[in-house]
Design a binder for this molecule. Structure first.
Ligand code: PMV
Length: 338
């Protein structure tokens, strides 16, 4: 999309107080659910994910003293209220670090359905962190950008580095994501089976604060580091059966926490369960594919590139499937030339 080097784009952004960034959403193989500190979005457990190359958000931030206040447009629609307030909170962090007092105009667009369990907030807040920091004249430091993204949406921390990323627990300074393998390490596919494009009744920010009300959350958190170690080892060894077993277990444990929270959160629909059962059957028939599910009813089928077309075709046969998106591993959040 852009051949201008990042250093040149960062230099120009600081000069013009304007920047445009692109970031991919990510699919978690080991899930983040619940915070140690809701305000700072310090996660209860470490997590691991893959960026999704075919999906992206593109966000432009322009600091402008002729404006009365921050403004936000998403996919062509002006956004006010809580949506704008959340973006302004991220901008305030950037402004405080840069010693800047200017309001900003933010425009964002994504090429995938928002609010349907395809972590749109991850891509949006990663792109906002990178564009905002660049336009404010902050340095291009991966860890501070991941931290800024995390403060907007936890999983956004993992959309800042490239490829396969691990996000650590820790303090406000140390809880950041780093790449454990570049996209080229393993040509996996996420075949996203969309059964609903509706907005979730309870979004992930509300869901995280309910996690501790489930008596299963302590056990989930206690086992997360071991599941992450197993997933990371399998990923680095490109061992899909080993990785698949642990990602399915981790997703189901998270949904157990969700369903046993007070009040309970049931994200699954009958279509979700049908796809889980179909996945088990496909595997029994020799097709190597594993599922994971975020905070929504849609199912992410993980397989290698060689089997993606077969998995996609099989998924399209299931009643209630609205669309299927396919993505390989994506790169880091970055500035683009506009
Ligand atoms: O970053 P948030 O607050 O949208 O939370 C994301 C939570 C899950 O998608 C369910 C899991 C994850 O690790 O991405």
């Amino acid at each position: 999309m852009s051949t201008t080097p990042q250093t040149e784009l960062w230099r120009r952004a600081a000069q013009t107080r304007q920047a445009t960034a692109l970031a991919h959403p990510n699919i978690a193989f080991i899930k983040y659910w619940g915070n140690q500190n809701d305000n700072l979005r310090l996660p209860a457990n470490p997590s691991l994910s893959m960026n999704l190359a075919s999906l992206h958000a593109i966000t432009t931030v322009q600091f402008d003293d002729s404006r009365p206040a921050d403004s936000l447009t998403i996919n062509g629609q002006p956004v006010t209220g809580p949506g704008l307030a959340r973006v302004s909170t991220s901008l305030d962090l950037i402004r405080a670090e840069a010693g800047l007092k200017l309001p900003a105009q933010v425009t964002s667009a994504s090429n995938f359905p928002v609010g349907s369990g395809i972590a749109s907030s991850a891509a949006a807040f990663a792109a906002l962190a990178v564009a905002g920091a660049a336009a404010a004249g902050l340095p291009a430091s991966g860890s501070s950008l991941s931290r800024l993204a995390r403060r907007g949406s936890g999983s956004a921390s993992r959309s800042v580095p490239a490829g396969y990323c691990e996000w650590l627990t820790g303090s406000d300074e140390t809880s950041v994501a780093t790449s454990i393998a570049p996209p080229e390490h393993w040509d996996l596919r996420d075949v996203v089976v969309v059964v609903s494009q509706a907005h979730k009744a309870v979004g992930s920010t509300g869901g995280h604060s309910l996690a501790a009300t489930s008596s299963l959350q302590a056990a989930r958190v206690a086992g997360a580091a071991d599941r992450l170690a197993a997933c990371k080892a399998a990923l680095l060894a490109r061992d899909l059966p080993a990785m698949g077993a642990v990602i399915e277990e981790d997703a189901v444990i998270m949904h157990g926490v969700m369903m046993s929270s007070r009040p309970p959160l049931y994200y699954w629909t009958p279509e979700t369960m049908a796809i889980i059962q179909a996945t088990q059957q496909w595997r029994a028939d020799g097709l190597p594919v594993y599922f994971t599910i975020d905070a929504g009813p849609n199912v992410h089928l993980i397989c290698d590139a060689a089997h993606a077309a077969q998995v996609e075709a099989a998924a399209r046969q299931i009643a209630g499937v609205q669309r299927v998106l396919v993505s390989g591993p994506g790169g880091a959040a970055r500035l683009i030339d506009r």
